[in-house]
Each structure stands twice: as structure tokens, then as C-alpha cells.
Ligand binder design. Sequence first.
Ligand SMILES: C[S@@+](CC[C@H](N)C(=O)[O-])C[C@H]1O[C@@H](n2cnc3c(N)ncnc32)[C@H](O)[C@@H]1O
Length: 379
Amino acid sequence: MEYLLRFIQTHETFRLPEIQALADLEGIPMEVVSYSLDSPFCTLKLPDDDAARRLLSRSITAKAIYALWGSGANYPALHASVVETSTPWWPQFQGQTFKFTIDSFQGSRTHADICELINSFAYMSFTGPVALKNPDLRFCVLEDWAFDAQAHGSSTPQHLYLGRLVGTSQREIVGKYDLKKRRYISTTSMDAELALITANIALARPGAIFYDPFVGTGSFPVACAHFGALAFGSDIDGRAIRGKGGRNLRANFAQYDLAPGFGDSFVADLTNSPLRPGRYLDGIVCDPPYGVREGLKVLGHREKRVGPVYDGPDAHHLQPGYVPPKRPYSFSAMVGDLLAFAAASLVEDGRLAFWMPTANEEEVRLEVPGHPELELLSV
Ligand SMILES: C[S@@+](CC[C@H](N)C(=O)[O-])C[C@H]1O[C@@H](n2cnc3c(N)ncnc32)[C@H](O)[C@@H]1O
């Protein structure tokens, strides 16, 4: 059966990877019938309404999903398609309360227009009363207007759909996790919406163990815990984790009542990871340091040294207040280490979802790195 997915028209390149990940997570067979980066409307084949509802239930890049009752390039074509497609379905919905709305993408309608358009579907002759609050059935006429079309005098959208609402997404939580309202953030905290999308793409879910090796203020683990995962994090800089005056990584979990989803945090350098080797991580989500504003550093000496350093009876690293030395490192080496760590510690079908810049400071394009034991799913 065909369904119409109403995406947001932003973060376009993340939309299909997120929906495909959610289909994989729910074990839903899904066929994309039509999709374009320039449009928020996508048609899909799905087994049934229940699958459509489950597919959308935790999406961030989609708003809603509709059973597709018809589509066309103009209103006469839409009505013809509605009659042809949906007539057999009308009897099962007789007697239910219903409501019609209009969703005009890149367009607007006057109140009079809206009433006239809704009335033009009167031939469907539903007998149930109209209910504006909590109706049993919600129909939506979705109009796809070309960019700026109305400003240039056009009075017709470029495509139209009629859908019966089947399910909605979790877009409303984007506001809840907004960084402006978060207890503890820094200049490098990841945007809440993007962290939630990343957690979806990585399949964060109840019973799964997730890890962020560059945790900072914890945007990714918070997003993973929202979707039910047990989330750990580490950072080379303990100050990032500890924060100040009660504003810290742990406080962010507490703010959203996610304390049970906080595994723990520790101070560590990814390139010298203290974690027990083995495959026990279901997902790794992170944004490694890009080394753009501040040079990238990892633990170690500039010159290769063997053994501890002494300037008295005790070795340096055993003295109180010891600060380990750091040496410069390159972004590509860091990403190489991240991929090697992921290949060695993810369970089978576990996912690594990470952010990287598309170009370096000299505007030279950075290639997406690969690893022989990892399959590239999406860029
Ligand atoms: C881009 S920030 C991550 C921000 C984080 N996602 C957040 O939402 O707050 C990168 C983090 O990596 C840490 N870092 C830098 N080098 C590291 C290393 N070698 N191992 C582990 N963490 C490192 C930095 O201290 C910084 O907190």
C-alpha cells in the first residue's frame, strides 16, 4: 500500500538515511516510490498502517505519514485519482468523526480558499460528523508549490496529494532538547536536532550500549538515552565532563530525567583507550575534534620516549598534580583511529555515526575514510 511521508524541508541529506535506519530498526520492508531532495513529500510502499505508524514514531526529519488516497498535478486530476484509488475504502470509515486540513508547502491559502477546497471533497460523502478536536479520521490536502510561485502570480501548486493521517513523528522533542534551554553546554555542543537524528541513524534503542569517545557536554549520549540506550562517554579533557558549579555532563541527563540511561563517563584519549578490548558496543556516535580552531592533540611526547621520566626519586607520572604531555596529531589520523576502534569494538551490525568536516582549512576536500571491516551505509 502507498503512503505519503511529509518530511521537513531542511537537513535534506539526512532524511532518507534516517527513515531507512528506522525501517531497519523496526524490521519493516520499505520501498521508496518517489523522493527528491527539493520536496518534503516522499511516497513509500509499506505493508500496512501499523508499519507506517511504527516507522514514523521516532523520526526527527519527518512530520507525519498519510495513507495516500490520491495525487495529481492539479485539482481535477487529484479528484479523479481520489475516486479511482480510495472509493473501495470509503464504506469502512462511514460514521466516524473526521476533519480536513490543508498543508501548503511554499504556498498559502485564504480562509475562503481553504473552505472551498475542503468542500470540493464532499463527494466522498462521509456521514460521521465533522470534529475539529480529536476526530477519528484526519484527512489532509497537501499542496506542493514551486518556490516563490505565488509571488510570481501562479495560482496552482505543482503537485497535490490527499492523505489520511496514520502517524506522527517525534519532532516536538527538538524543542525540549534545544541547547538554549540545556543546563550545561559549551561552544562545541552539538545541535540537539542533529544529535537526535544521528542517534536514530545509529539505531540507539532500549537495551543497546552506546559510547561517545569525544563526549564533551554529552549531546550525543543524551540523544541516545532519549531513545532508550545506555550511553557512556569519555573525553581527553576532564574539565569538559566535570563542568562547574553543578553544571556538568551528569546534570544534562538529570535535566531530562534520563539518569538511568547514563552509563558513566571517564577521562581518556581515544588514541590510548583504556577500554577492555572486545565487541560489546552496539553504537558509537560522536563528533571528533576537527582541529580547526585549536590544534589537535593526543597524549604522548613529541619525541618518541621509552620509560618514565625522573628528576628526583619518584617518576614524573607518579607525582601529585602530574599533567601528561601532549603531542600534535592530524585529523585524518584521528579518524583512522576512530574507525579502527569501531571495527574492533562494535558488535556485528553495530553502527558508527560520526561528523566530520567536508574540507580542511585550505578548502581541500576531505575524503570520507573507509575501513576494510566496516561497510559505508550513508554519507
Ligand atoms: C567537537 S568536541 C565534542 C563536543 C560534544 N559532542 C558535545 O556535544 O559537547 C570534541 C571533544 O573531543 C575532545 N578530544 C580532543 N582530543 C581528544 C582525544 N584524543 N581523545 C578523546 N577526546 C578528545 C575535546 O576535549 C572535545 O571535548
